[in-house]
Write a protein that binds this ligand. Structure first.
Ligand SMILES: NC(=O)c1ccc[n+]([C@@H]2O[C@H](COP(=O)([O-])OP(=O)(O)OC[C@H]3O[C@@H](n4cnc5c(N)ncnc54)[C@H](O)[C@@H]3O)[C@@H](O)[C@H]2O)c1
Ligand SMILES: O=P(O)(O)OC[C@H](O)CO
Length: 388
């Protein structure tokens, strides 16, 4: 059966062999967009780390191919001064490479790095959010009221906020603070592998609007990055968020040389907790979502090859003597872990709702991360695995 027929939505017509259109876009001026091209969608990416840069590469290849998008893809870059004294944005715009977060990969000549957040978002009607989740509240505050009224958003961010009222998914934060619709895209997507155009899949979660969802599929889908869509924003986003906590557990098990069976058990128990917590928080979450790329596939890839796993392995090898903050700074060259802060956020939700005993893996991971339990406690609390 051809791969295409297995998908929920067909591939877009672009292919690496299709001829490129010439860049006919009139550059945006400070005054706004050119009227002759304003019917086309304009894309801005908010974030330029490891995944943000790969997202820029994927999107930039598609905006060149598809007539309904402006060629130019703006990318807001949190400005940094590199060791040689140059600004990161200037180097990206000169070399077409994010030399700090994705060295060795060309992003596409139509990617423009912009250090000014407000300027980067003002003309776009398609906003792609891909920063570490802890920066999102500040980013939303800065751009609220400064975006186009017809803007649509998608979040690639794996994480959540916890407020007094309970958990707040990043897509909800974006929708509430900016007053716009927000889809999500998650999946088994280790950025460095997709940068090398190795085959992978992703899942878009959308609410009602199929037309918008199809536009996002078009924007991201490539012959090596196959995007499908499900009508389950919370399910997709919670999969992407909670798997990072399981990845910390998998890394601890690796650091303690506990073997493959233990790691498989951690992944199974972790998946059950992901599903149970997602459904307790949002009863609308669909079982089938856990079988999409955003579910079991992302859990597997992150537990095998992700940054959360890598740092947790080092944490266990050190017997918990070096903190995750220290390990992140030493091992990730500016990239950020999401699992440790997500474990804390999940723990707060579990405490608040009186659910701690229902989620022994999630709560143990947090206790280990903050040093209240030693790494070897990771399998200690599974003598009684709850039945949900
Ligand atoms: N890297 C991956 O393989 C991957 C894959 C899928 C999803 N994700 C998710 O994508 C999101 C972004 O991850 P990433 O890998 O692109 O980022 P990253 O961890 O590589 O980089 C961190 C980014 O944060 C920026 N930053 C630092 N301080 C900041 C501040 N004060 N305000 C705003 N930005 C600041 C840095 O400039 C950098 O761009 C995360 O939620 C992550 O879980 C990552
Ligand atoms: O490297 P991690 O652990 O942040 O995981 C990366 C991606 O989320 C994998 O899909």
């Amino acid at each position: 059966m051809p791969l295409n027929s297995l998908l929920h939505f067909p591939l877009n017509p672009s292919s690496s062999s299709a001829p490129s259109r010439e860049n006919t876009n009139t550059p945006t001026t400070a005054g706004g967009v050119d009227e002759t091209t304003s019917a086309k969608s304009r894309v801005t990416i908010i974030g330029s780390g490891n995944w943000g840069s790969v997202a820029a590469k994927l999107i930039a290849s598609n905006t060149l191919e598809l007539n309904s998008f402006h060629d130019e893809v703006r990318m807001w870059v949190f400005e940094e001064i590199l060791p040689n004294g140059e600004k990161l944005t200037e180097v990206i715009n000169r070399t077409n490479e994010n030399v700090k977060y994705l060295p060795g990969i060309k992003l596409g000549r139509n990617v423009v790095a912009d250090p000014n957040l407000e300027n980067a978002v003002k003309d776009a009607n398609m906003l792609v959010f891909v920063t570490s989740h802890q920066f999102m509240e500040g980013i939303c505050k800065r751009i609220a009221g400064k975006i186009r009224e017809d803007a649509e958003a998608i979040s690639l961010i794996k994480g959540m906020e916890v407020k007094k009222e309970g958990p707040c998914m990043i897509s909800s934060l974006i929708s509430e603070q900016l007053g716009i619709n927000c889809c999500v895209l998650m999946g088994a997507n280790i950025a460095n592998e997709i940068a090398l155009e190795k085959f992978s899949e992703a899942t878009i979660g959308y609410r009602k609007d199929k037309e918008i969802m199809e536009k996002w599929v078009q924007l991201f889908n490539t012959p090596y990055f196959i995007v499908s869509a499900v009508q389950d924003v919370e399910g997709v986003e919670l999969c992407g968020t909670l798997k990072n906590v399981v990845a910390i557990a998998a890394g601890l098990v690796d650091g303690l040389d506990m073997g493959n069976n233990t790691k498989a058990a951690i992944m199974r128990i972790g998946l059950r907790e992901m599903k149970a917590l997602s459904k307790l928080l949002f009863p609308s979450v669909k079982d089938s979502t856990f079988f999409e790329s955003c579910g079991v596939a992302d859990l597997i890839t992150t537990c095998l090859g992700g940054r959360n796993r890598k740092c947790a392995k080092a944490f266990a090898r050190n017997g918990g003597k070096k903190s995750f903050d220290e390990l992140e700074a030493e091992m990730l060259q500016g990239q950020k872990l999401q699992g440790v802060s997500t474990a804390k956020e999940v723990y707060e939700v579990l405490c608040h709702r009186g659910w701690l005993e229902l989620f022994p893996l999630f709560s143990t991971v947090h206790e280990i991360c903050v040093g209240r339990l030693p790494p070897k406690a990771i399998t200690k609390y599974f003598d009684h695995i709850p039945k949900y």
